[in-house]
Design a protein around this ligand. Structure first.
Ligand SMILES: [Zn+2]
Length: 75
């Protein structure tokens, strides 16, 4: 399970989708969902250790899949 925290633009590369406060999770999913209109609420590390951003829906989905820790519930 990967670490997550409240969205912080400083964690992301300047100029990236995430740094603009958008959801990079859905933007990179490439499953015909198109650009995600959601605002990023969470920053998390993916399997490659890169920081990604997610909207509230992405947060829900990723937590459900056990990919990231639920926000604010870190032990
Ligand atoms: Zn999204």
């Amino acid at each position: 399970m990967n670490p997550s925290r409240t969205f912080d633009a400083k964690l992301h590369d300047a100029g990236s989708i995430a740094a603009q406060g958008k959801c990079s999770h859905h933007a990179s999913a490439g499953e015909g969902v198109g650009p995600c209109a959601g605002e990023a609420v969470v920053s998390f590390q993916d399997r490659d250790g890169r920081w990604q951003s997610g909207c509230s829906l992405a947060l829900e989905q990723l937590v459900e899949k056990g990919e990231i820790e639920p926000l604010g519930q870190g032990a």
